[in-house]
Design a protein around this ligand. Structure first.
Ligand code: CAA
Length: 294
């Protein structure tokens, strides 16, 4: 297992490419947008520089990591890979189309993994002719920092493929946890209702943004409050995951808060759009409370 491709150069894709390249794998980062690829390499370089400054890695490690990384705009560049990890937009149609194409392009031994945060691995596997080699490999943001990989076994995923992915996750220095394929798996089945409830708490006027986040940070020792975390994950991603939970279980307790629905419709996506529950000076960590909710 040496040649890896990561499909999608967004936040998760560039983080996944970063950790594989840092551990000596040959990584091909694929995106339809040349600009997204350039931005991803710049982000990886910045994060590596931060690690050099902190003394976590050496300058030579940084150079070696970047040398292990290449970029491409065509899925055909994945044809000889041992493992392909899809980290595209959290949209079922987009993901199914990518897996159908990978089925045609990749050699028959290639393991096809998805970094989906909630979409059924069984459903993704069923559009290929190798459902036994389709698996979920769900990393957490920021990928270079967070230890967890949620490894999702679809209905047809083989035990051999599961073991390979658990082993490779350990090689990345991560702590993989095996889970079964039900909506939201474990991480988001628990995290998203908490975030949704925090948004309802704001919507119903129980407390303001800062108060809600402070309660959870100081009272429960969470590194970020749930509203800040929602901005960090992306409000569009939170909404997409809640819809998967709502549709998948048919239980009204997962219904997304109307405030979240409205914010996404208005283009307030959190950090990546510059505004969510907080305002962000894009490209910096500075933030102030959004006047709409202060
Ligand atoms: N690459 C490399 N290192 C990074 C980094 C990155 N992208 N981002 C942060 N770091 C490092 C920093 O260098 C720093 O390292 P040291 O401890 O060695 O100094 C460390 O991480 C902490 O960073 P900061 O000091 O800059 O900031 P912080 O203390 O506020 O921590 C945080 C930032 C790690 C993001 C922290 O706020 C946190 O853990 N937040 C919660 C993150 C979380 O819950 N993630 C899961 C989201 S859910 C998800 O991803 C899945 C899904 O499906 C939705």
């Amino acid at each position: 297992m040496q040649k890896i491709s990561v499909i999608g150069a967004g936040t998760m894709g560039n983080g996944i490419a970063h950790v594989f390249a840092m551990k000596g794998f040959t990584v091909n980062l694929v995106d339809v947008s040349e600009e997204a690829l350039k931005k991803a390499v710049a982000t990886i370089t910045r994060n590596l520089d931060r690690m050099v400054t902190k003394g976590t890695i050496s300058q030579d490690d940084k150079v070696a990591t970047l040398n292990n990384l290449s970029t491409n705009t065509s899925l055909h560049s994945c044809k000889d890979d041992d493992l392909v990890i899809e980290a595209a937009t959290e949209n079922v149609d987009i993901k199914l189309k990518i897996f159908q194409q990978l089925e045609e392009i990749c050699k028959k031994e290639t393991i096809l993994a998805s970094n989906t945060s909630s979409i059924s691995i069984t459903k993704i596997g069923a559009v290929t002719k190798r459902a036994d080699k389709v698996i979920g490999m769900h990393f957490m943001n920021p990928v270079p920092v967070m230890k967890l990989v949620e490894v999702i076994k679809g209905y047809a995923t083989s035990d051999e493929v599961l073991k390979t992915i658990m082993d490779i996750s350990y090689k990345l220095g991560k702590s993989p946890v095996e889970v079964n394929d039900y909506p939201g798996f474990v991480a988001n089945r628990i995290l998203m209702p908490m975030i949704n409830e925090a948004i309802y708490t704001l919507f119903e006027g129980v407390a303001g943004v800062e108060e809600i986040d402070t309660v959870m940070k100081l009272g429960m020792s969470h590194p970020m409050g749930p509203l800040q975390l929602a901005d960090f994950i992306g409000l569009d991603v939170c909404l997409a995951i809640l819809k998967v939970l709502h549709d998948g279980f048919g239980n009204p307790k997962y219904a997304p808060c109307p405030l979240l629905v409205n914010m996404v419709a208005a283009g307030y996506m959190g950090v990546k759009s510059g505004e969510g529950f907080y305002n962000y000076a894009l490209g910096t960590k500075d933030m102030v409370i959004s006047p709409r909710f202060a």
